[in-house]
Design a protein around this ligand. Sequence first.
Ligand SMILES: [Zn+2]
Length: 138
Amino acid sequence: MPAWDPPRPLISPPRARRGGTRPVHEVALAGEVLRLVQDAAAREGFARVSRLTLEAGALAGVEVPALRFALEALAPGTCLEGAALQIDEPPATAWCDPCAASVPVRSRLDACPHCGGLPLRPTGGTQLRVLDLVVHDR
Ligand SMILES: [Zn+2]
């Protein structure tokens, strides 16, 4: 007689997720940045990158140190190996209807610095993008 196997759950139990840092998010972003650079390398025929400049807006939801760490971890063996990595963090801007003006904000929860009005509509600094690549043929 075979030993009785206890039934296994069909769905694995959910994993607890801690709030705060989300390194997985930055690892996925770093993978996307690397893919963009590799696509450009295939299209334009360069072999390596000596400098990569990214822009992570203040409202882009990117932990810049985590993104830098993830990119440095992915770089060996790719065209980004040895590349200097610069990540600019420009302040974000948002539109305030009562003031009919664009105002600087540090987070999506900020009120208008002039009239205290809420909500503001983010108009800039919401993106992560590649600003510049310095490339070499070999
Ligand atoms: Zn205002």
